[in-house]
Design a protein around this ligand. Structure first.
Ligand code: AHR
Length: 815
């Protein structure tokens, strides 16, 4: 071997020994006899949102799609076949039918269900419905078929009802007959003689005359706890042992506009009279899982129900303050429905709907992702009315647009986080130093939904790291839920969702198993943990162009210049026109006038009450280190303006937000680094702004004064995250250890003061061959936890934690 090669090999060996030595140094010390705070009894729950066909075509097991024919003016999701070509079918709308005609006919099934299917028969005909991407039919099971029908013009044919497999075999059949001139329901129980997850329903007849059909339904007889939920899916969510269930959204609470918001009063009582509404996640919602069923679902899981109610703010519009009466009353009535005595109006209805006992609703959230002054005003009036009548109800506020209402100060605020794996790892200690004097935190929606494929191991590991932070700090984070929970794989409207299913199967993301591992191994009190010598998280230096933005504000920008660190001018605006190469956010426009750049008024700005964020980007996406100088002036609005840097995509939030959160805050954010300061700016004043972007140190100056600085040199985040608890009931000591680094980390665990350890326990480990590994319908548990016995002596455990792994060590004590 040549001398140089020998030298290199020796160097490699030294490095290897050194690395192994350093690895062995990671120490986790748990103070077993120094219990900290009690873990919030409501810490981990679920967020049940009507998205991705989670209810219709999901947990609500109706097999017929568009059973009420309300979805469209055409036979949507139905097929009609006329054997001789002489029969026809159309959607009959009682509201728009010609007057004379309407007078002759019986009315609609009910005033909320105006459309029905009209078949003009002249010979044999057939109607087919595939349900929600195929009906799952299981041999030996009973299916309850029902429809409402009326006939005219002497229609007298019986109807053959068949369930047919995708390859044409009859799986069940029956006959209904003797129709009359007024609406009547015709039920049938069908027993399946075979199985097929992609079966369909056929209704056929032969003869002359006119037939009207309504509410054509086919439901499995068996449902979860006999409360009308698809069994496998209900079990999958129940297995998470949720301590609370927030419902029904999400953005669904707001709706795409105020006419399509969630009105709970339209979702109770007979399913035939529940008005169907276009769900902004792109399908018709039948509201069959209505307010009552959500409360029932929560009760059946042993979870506290949390109703998120509209705050008088739709996706596009806001109810004037002096017309909030209905919204206030809806909130009061919702509480009365859930909890009121049977003698009360709404409590009486609850009893009539099958639940005389109170549902004991304790939590109500006002609005979803609403913010700014409009929200604060509506919050104030709704809270006052609710607390005047129901002082014990816990009312949750939205934390949005960088703030939450201050009058009255909420008891609990709902924060939402969607980001990439690095962000969650980097922020895993966010709550360690959180203000304990402010409102309690409900992390109502969180998930790694970027940089995680369809939901891979790496995303799950990052969430596990983040969850250790919530558990460690559950004196302040009192509730948290992953979002969204459900997705029918045939209608995915959101990129990453916890449980995915088709007509008969489901799989959980690796994140599902993280949720379950936390839920199964919670513990009742925290134990103090110290981590030493763990690998540090490294932050990459990125590149990108610059940009400007406003939200809830009109502002002007001029004299923009970008200079390299060596003083070379990289970019200068002349601002005589908008350069076509500049990229704009899709929801706003920009103008230049007299050398000044400013957002063009958006329709909502003109409406006067709501502003969308508006941003524009320019320059080279390959720039790394540079200095931006410009002048900017706030003209009007609640907030200030933003200067973007190292920007590659419109949604990136590398920016300095000056005068955000209602002009109270300056926030400097760069990937994993962020800082917020109480700074407000004056309206009508031109500020000289300078942003220095060098390596991972960013400095922001206003009028020559350094206002804010972020730097990775000041941050110290580890790739080992731990939460330690004790379960007072079993006496078990439970350690949750996340290794988010790429390689194994050798660790010594010192359980101080744990004299009662038995030396045995188990390790539940979630990891996989690659951080990119995902689960699928075909391989539903490819990434799922494995359990092994653990034996040790004394109070020290030496263990290597694989790269990208999450381990629960559950250690027995003799109490
Ligand atoms: O969970 C998906 C959506 O994310 C929710 O509807 C909304 O609250 C959030 O923006």
């Amino acid at each position: 071997m040549k001398k140089r090669t020998i030298q290199l090999v020796s160097l490699g060996l030294i490095l290897f020994v050194l690395t192994s030595f350093l690895q062995a140094q990671t120490r986790i010390t748990v103070e077993v006899n120094k219990p900290g705070h009690t873990i919030s009894p409501t810490l981990f729950g679920i967020f049940f949102e009507d998205i991705n066909n989670s209810t219709d075509g999901g947990i609500y097991p109706e097999l017929v799609r568009n059973r009420s024919f309300e979805n469209a003016d055409t036979l949507q999701y139905w097929k009609f076949q006329s054997t001789n070509g002489n029969s026809s079918a159309l959607i009959f709308n009682a509201a728009t039918a010609p007057q004379g005609f309407r007078r002759q006919m019986a009315g609609p099934l009910n005033p909320l269900n105006l459309k029905s299917l009209q078949v003009k028969a002249n010979g044999s005909f057939k109607l087919l419905n595939d349900g929600y991407w195929g009906m799952n039919i299981v041999k030996g099971n009973n299916y309850l078929f029902k429809l409402a029908a009326r006939v005219t013009d002497d229609f007298n044919s019986p109807l053959n009802i068949r369930i047919v497999s995708s390859d044409g075999k009859e799986l069940a059949s029956g006959v209904i007959k003797d129709f009359g001139a007024i609406w009547k329901y015709y039920p049938l129980t069908l027993t399946a003689s075979g199985s097929d997850p992609k079966a369909h329903l056929e209704i056929s007849g032969e003869g002359k005359g006119t037939l009207y059909l309504e509410m054509v339904s086919l439901m499995p007889e068996k449902t979860w706890k006999d409360h009308g939920l698809r069994i496998d899916l209900a079990e999958a969510q129940d297995a998470l042992h949720p301590k609370f269930a927030r419902f029904p959204g999400g953005s669904w609470v707001d709706g795409s506009d105020i006419t399509r918001m969630y009105y709970w009063k339209n979702t109770i009582g007979s399913i035939d009279t529940r008005a169907e509404v276009w769900n902004l996640w792109r399908y018709y919602a039948t509201n069959s899982i209505g307010y009552h069923e959500y409360l029932q679902m929560a009760e059946d899981m042993g979870a506290e129900a949390m109703f998120c109610i509209n705050a008088g703010m739709g996706g596009r519009d806001i109810i004037p303050l002096d017309r909030m009466g209905q919204w206030i009353q809806d909130a009061l009535d919702a509480i009365e429905y859930a909890n009121g005595p049977v003698s009360s109006v709404w409590g009486g209805l609850r009893a009539k709907n099958g639940h005389p006992e109170s549902f004991n609703l304790k939590y109500i959230e006002i609005g979803n992702e609403n913010g700014g002054s409009a929200y604060n005003e509506r919050w104030a009036v709704m809270v006052k009315a609710i607390h005047d009548k129901y002082p014990d109800i816990k009312i949750i506020a939205n934390e949005w647009a960088g703030g939450h209402p201050k009058d009255p100060v909420p008891e609990i605020v709902d924060e939402h986080y969607y980001n990439n794996p690095d962000w969650f790892i980097w922020n895993s200690n966010k709550y360690d130093s959180y203000d304990r004097k402010g409102p309690k935190i409900f992390v109502g929606e969180y998930a790694v939904n970027r940089g995680t494929g369809n939901g891979n191991l790496r995303g799950a590991i990052a969430e596990a790291a983040w969850m250790t932070g919530m558990e460690r700090n559950s004196d302040v984070v009192v509730m948290a839920a992953y979002a969204p929970l459900w997705c029918n794989i045939n209608n995915k409207a959101w990129p990453v969702n916890l449980i995915n299913f088709d007509s008969h199967r489901w799989f959980g993301l690796p994140s599902y198993y993280v949720q379950k591992m936390f839920a199964d191994n919670q513990g009742t009190v925290t134990l103090l943990v110290k981590i030493e010598n763990a690998p540090k998280v490294k932050i990459p230096v990125t590149s990108g162009s610059i940009g400007f933005g406003t939200r809830n504000c009109v502002a002007e920008f001029k004299d923009v210049q970008v200079t390299s660190t060596k003083g070379k001018v990289l970019f200068k605006t002349d601002l005589s026109k908008i350069d076509e190469k500049w990229r704009k956010s899709p929801w706003g426009d920009w103008t230049v006038q007299d050398g000044v750049l400013k957002p063009a008024p958006s329709p909502s700005q003109m409406g006067g009450f709501m502003f969308m964020g508006n941003s524009i980007f320019m320059g080279d996406t390959l720039w790394t280190d540079y200095i931006i100088t410009l002048k900017a002036c706030k003209i009007s609005g609640d907030n200030g303006f933003q200067i973007y840097f190292r920007n590659k995509e419109i949604r990136s939030r590398n920016r300095w937000d000056i005068g955000g959160s209602g002009n109270t805050t300056c926030s400097l954010d760069y990937g994993l680094l962020s800082d917020a300061k109480n700074v407000s700016i004056e309206t009508g004043r031109w500020y000289d702004i300078k942003l220095e972007i060098i390596g991972n140190t960013i400095k922001g100056y206003l009028d020559g004064q350094l206002v804010q600085e972020i730097s990775d040199t000041k941050m110290d985040v580890k790739d080992i995250n731990v939460s330690a608890t004790r379960d007072e009931k079993s006496g078990d000591i439970i350690l949750k250890i996340v290794n988010s680094s790429a390689g194994p980390v050798k660790t010594q665990i010192d359980l101080r003061g744990a004299g009662t350890l038995t030396g045995s326990g188990k390790a539940i480990v979630l990891t996989s061959g690659s951080p990119l590994d995902e689960n699928t319908l075909e391989e539903p548990t490819k990434v799922s936890p494995k359990t092994e016995e653990v034996k040790f002596s004394g109070t020290k455990i030496t263990r290597s934690f694989q790269g990208n792994s999450f381990t629960v060590l559950r250690l027995k004590t003799s109490k």
